[in-house]
Design a protein around this ligand. Structure first.
Ligand SMILES: NC(=O)c1ccc[n+]([C@@H]2O[C@H](COP(=O)([O-])OP(=O)(O)OC[C@H]3O[C@@H](n4cnc5c(N)ncnc54)[C@H](OP(=O)(O)O)[C@@H]3O)[C@@H](O)[C@H]2O)c1
Length: 299
């Protein structure tokens, strides 16, 4: 009967594998038989030599003549060889090795696929950010934030310090501009920020925010602020994280303390950002911590 296509290939492959395994086993058993014959011949020769030249005292080890010791070692080696042929090679032979290699290869393939996905994601974000920067080349998209030394910016949807001069600085910089924020930051404020165009980002399609424009993505928020020469992204953590690659400037108030909290500003990559100005402020009755206004421009 003629088999065609994949099933016949599979049968042929299985048959070839069976034949190969059988040939390998026959060779292993032949070698074992040869070893057995050689061992018998060897042991008889040892005993004959020993008998011929007598059991000399200087050639007695552990109370046994050298021929006994040598024969015992050889028998032990033969037993190991037998164990390898009938146990190790039977269960961990060629097929076992192939299976192990297959497993290893599929693990490596998984790893490679993961790296590839991450790489593609990074490339997509970079391409999107480049496209945005080209489209908004005359706009200076600015992230504005206050972060502790360990990058904490908030806890339980609240700010963690009260620094009146920082609020004043924030007001001065953002006045008259678009302020873009995540839904949680918007809800952490008593109301929309006055004298600014408030833009709130949410995935909810039915979200209503008083005195604010609601959008469903960061890109949509930036599109809505296209006529503003300097739109500000004012937080919180999720939005900073997703938009830092899109931004041209960071206005950071570094608060000189290590805080505990649940929301963080992303790590600034100094290969991409250069500090262009800094202005230090010291603690007083109204300010519990020293802090510094730092401006970074994208290189
Ligand atoms: N120190 C500072 O300078 C500063 C500034 C601002 C805020 N904060 C603090 O930061 C904390 C809030 O930050 P947070 O990270 O928890 O929240 P957030 O960034 O303010 O808002 C997160 C929300 O934004 C929406 N969102 C995020 N990514 C989105 C996307 N790609 N597309 C559409 N919608 C998206 C989602 O809203 P939905 O769940 O509605 O879909 C998400 O739950 C508070 O503690 C606040 O006080 C600190």
């Amino acid at each position: 009967m003629l088999f065609k296509g994949k099933s016949s290939d599979k049968i042929n492959e299985d048959q070839i594998n069976l034949i190969k395994t059988a040939q390998r086993r026959v060779k292993q058993k032949k070698r074992l038989f040869f070893h057995l014959s050689l061992m018998f011949f060897g042991i008889i020769s040892f005993l004959a030599v020993n008998l011929l030249f007598g059991f000399k005292e200087e050639l007695i080890f552990f109370n046994y003549p050298w021929s006994f010791i040598a024969s015992a070692i050889w028998i032990l080696l033969f037993l190991i060889h037998t164990y390898n042929v009938f146990i190790t090679n039977r269960f961990m032979g060629g097929n076992w090795e192939k299976e192990q290699i297959k497993k290893l290869v599929s693990k490596q393939e998984l790893k490679i696929a993961k790296i590839k996905t991450e790489f593609e994601k990074e490339a997509r974000i970079k391409a999107e950010s480049q496209l945005f920067n080209e489209k908004n080349s005359s706009n200076c998209i600015t992230l504005i934030a206050a972060a502790s030394e360990n990058n904490v910016i908030g806890n339980e949807n609240k700010l963690i310090w009260h620094l009146p001069d920082d609020l004043k600085h924030f007001k001065e910089l953002t006045k008259g501009h678009c302020v873009i924020m995540g839904r949680k930051t918007f809800e952490s404020m008593p109301k929309a920020l006055p004298n600014r165009t408030n833009i709130v980002i949410t995935r909810r399609l039915d979200y209503i925010a008083k005195d604010a424009i609601v959008v469903n993505s960061i890109h949509e928020a930036l599109e809505r602020s296209i006529n503003d020469k300097q739109p500000f992204i004012i937080g919180g953590g999720e939005i900073y994280n997703q938009s830092i690659l899109l931004a041209n400037r960071i206005e950071l108030t570094r608060v000189h303390t290590d805080s505990s909290g649940d929301t963080y500003f992303p790590e600034i990559d100094y290969k991409l950002w250069e500090e262009v100005s800094r202005n230090e402020r010291f603690k007083d009755d109204k300010h519990k911590f020293d802090f510094t206004f730092i401006r970074y421009n994208k290189k």
